[in-house]
Design a protein around this ligand. Structure first.
Ligand code: PLP
Length: 637
């Protein structure tokens, strides 16, 4: 566990159990020992060919844990409740979940259900997100907020106004100044009194990966001048009482409470000013930004960590809003946050399998054979070889390294010129590897080929270099003997993970075993990518036409096993992903079947090995491929 810093990024949800497997603690710190769930057992159960309607799910696999989602939501609420109570704050906290972080139907429905007792709402940033938020919130608390952010046209605004008619507590947040004209116009036409919010473009700037939306040059929000013009227009229309919410968002992963308090302080001043100008302000919406400690370092210096807990975050927000409002004698507002990453990151784990490993090839050449080629080398290659031999005799290993590199370099030039052949080039490579082995070069880093697409499942790694904890989910009672990098299935050199939490350029890994390995898992080597529940599924693409993973939903259960699989969905098939790019799998199959049957007419059916190679056999193999997932089938038993 220490090697992978699991206690740092995983607590209180993930730990290592006595079998050496990753264990999920579904209720966080309140989990009782018998409630812990062994991740390996879940994978074995759902990939068993006898399970899931006799199919068995294929990897990669997302394991969704609604209990963890519930715990995150309740922990966020209680952190604010505690800060409010202990600081004597005179209003409440009422959060919303930004659905863009993970729009999966069951995730959103669960959040609404779990959050109903404390009026938890949703935030939408586009028309389809608004439609899904509207329908989900029909089953939620009537007081839950429905915050409408993002670029808006007349249709978006009309939908939001209809949502108010349907008694959903909808707030239209102005992201651009022009939106106010549409809101005034459409609300008059549709006879709806809107509740309006305004997104302020704060001067407080959050630097780093996730802060590009902040500062004066940020993409979103209204400047102070624009806010004043909006106030003027609303006043003129007799609608200033509709302006009730001030929103800002200084970026995701806010690194410290100092920066947070800076932004909240600036926004609270604007809130108080809007009250002074006559708006009937009720809510300060502090946006997202509540961070996750992906590397377990609890440090503001790391791009993928934060230097505060949930409790410290909530305390800083409440203290800052109260401080500003008290100084201006303004009634304390309801505090809303749009925390997405912090709510959904922990609840899903991506599991994938290492299919094979490339170990740098064993020396293919011995010194004797090398001597045979020696005559064919050009002068400088010969010199490098002789210098290498002399340095070796002296035991001067640094010099050996130097001349081994030189020898390889010279021989490559000779190869490019055509003076040595491919066997000779391979012999030189083999010789140099032998030298490095003999002089004690560090164990080379291996490449583990994983049944995964980085572009589909970890797009933020590819897009912005974000690091996630990646750990074998079993064999953690055995010390990993080698180090490796991960290479995915796509034909793209970017589909490689060579950077890991803690700034490591390789990961400690176990040797792959044959079938029937000691872990009792059929020799499979399974890895988990943790804390990827936010953004990764929504952003993932179909590079190389790999679709999303299979998904299972797992609840803690007090039955004979500590868990119950409550939902299982195989990932998209080859036909499904082809349809995404407008292909028509049925027509494609007909064309290929026609060709296959023509082939039968032209050839003898049996290829002599007893393998039925007639057109019908070919067609049924092709048909099966359309219906299977694009990933590799496990090579082990
Ligand atoms: N609200 C707005 C307006 C956002 O742009 C975002 C994401 O960047 C969020 C909320 C969610 O932020 P986070 O995931 O950091 O909580």
């Amino acid at each position: 566990a220490a090697l992978y810093k699991i206690d740092g990024w995983g607590a209180p949800y993930f730990s290592v159990n006595t079998s050496g497997n990753i264990s999920v603690r579904p209720h966080g710190a309140e989990t009782l020992p018998h409630q812990e769930i062994d991740l390996l057992k879940i994978v074995k159960k759902v990939s068993d060919p006898k399970s899931v309607g006799g199919l068995g799910l294929q990897l990669p696999l997302i394991v969704r844990l609604p209990d963890v989602l519930k715990n995150r939501l309740e922990s966020l609420q209680s952190a604010f409740d505690y800060a409010i109570q202990s600081q004597g704050y005179e209003a409440h906290y009422q959060g919303v979940y930004p659905v863009k972080c993970n729009q999966d139907r069951f995730v959103v429905e669960d959040i609404v259900r779990f959050g109903t007792p404390f009026r938890f709402g949703l935030e939408a940033g586009s028309k389809p997100e608004l439609l899904l938020a509207m329908s989900c919130l029909c089953k939620g608390s009537p007081d839950a907020l429905l915050v409408c952010n993002g670029f808006k046209d007349a249709e978006y605004i009309s939908l939001a106004l209809f949502a108010r008619k349907l008694s959903l507590n909808t707030v239209i947040v102005l992201e651009q100044e022009e939106e106010i004209d549409l809101v005034i116009d459409l609300s008059t036409k549709l006879s709806v009194k809107p509740v309006i919010g305004v997104r302020a473009k704060l001067r407080t700037k959050h630097s780093g990966h996730f802060g590009s939306t902040s500062g004066e040059k940020g993409k979103f929000g209204l400047t102070t001048t624009q806010i004043l013009r909006v106030v003027g227009k609303l006043k003129q229309a007799g609608m200033l009482d509709c302006l009730q919410l001030l929103h800002f968002h200084i970026g995701s992963q806010i690194p410290s409470t100092t920066l947070l308090a800076d932004g909240v302080g600036e926004a609270s001043q604007i809130y108080c000013e809007l009250t002074r100008l006559g708006a009937r302000m009720q809510v300060v919406d502090i946006g997202g930004g509540l961070g996750i400690d992906y590397d377990g370092s609890k440090s503001a210096e790391s791009d993928v960590s934060v230097a505060y807990s949930l409790e410290e975050y909530a305390a800083a927000v409440v203290r800052t809003v109260a401080g500003v409002c008290d100084r201006k004698s303004v009634k304390h507002p309801v505090i809303c946050s749009e925390s997405g990453r912090a709510i959904v990151s922990h609840h899903s784990v991506l599991i994938f399998e290492a299919m094979s490993v490339s170990v740098p090839s064993a020396p293919a050449m011995n010194t004797f054979l090398m001597q045979c080629f020696f005559d064919r080398f050009k002068d400088d290659a010969r010199a490098a070889y002789l210098n290498l031999a002399t340095a070796d005799a002296r035991g001067d290993y640094d010099t050996c390294w130097f001349y081994a590199d030189k020898l390889k370099e010279r021989c490559l030039e000779d190869f490019k010129e055509g003076t040595i052949c491919i066997e000779q080039l391979a012999a030189v490579d083999g010789f140099c590897e032998l030298v490095s082995e003999l002089i004690g070069a560090p164990d080379p880093v291996r490449t583990y080929h994983v049944n995964l697409s980085v572009f589909t499942s970890i797009p933020d790694f590819w897009g912005i270099g974000q690091l996630f904890p990646i750990v074998p989910i079993h064999r953690l009672d055995q010390r990993p003997g080698v180090r490796g990098v991960l290479s995915d299935l796509t034909c793209d050199s970017d589909g490689k993970i060579e950077k890991f939490i803690g700034g490591e350029s390789s990961l400690p890994l176990h040797e792959l075993e044959g079938c029937g390995g000691s872990g009792g898992d059929g020799g499979r080597y399974l890895l988990g990518m943790f804390l990827g529940g936010a953004y990764e599924e929504a952003l993932g693409g179909v590079h190389n036409l790999f679709g999303g993973p299979s998904v299972v939903q797992v609840l803690q259960s007090d039955g004979p096993h500590s868990f119950a699989v409550t939902r299982a969905m195989p990932g998209p098939t080859c036909a499904d992903v082809l349809r995404v790019m407008q292909h028509e799998p049925e027509l494609m199959f007909e064309t290929l079947k026609h060709r296959a049957l023509e082939y039968t007419g032209q050839n003898n059916h049996d290829n002599g090995d007893g393998i039925n190679e007639d057109g019908h056999g070919i067609a049924s193999t092709i048909a099966r491929s359309f219906h299977n997932m694009p990933y590799l089938f496990s090579l082990s038993c």
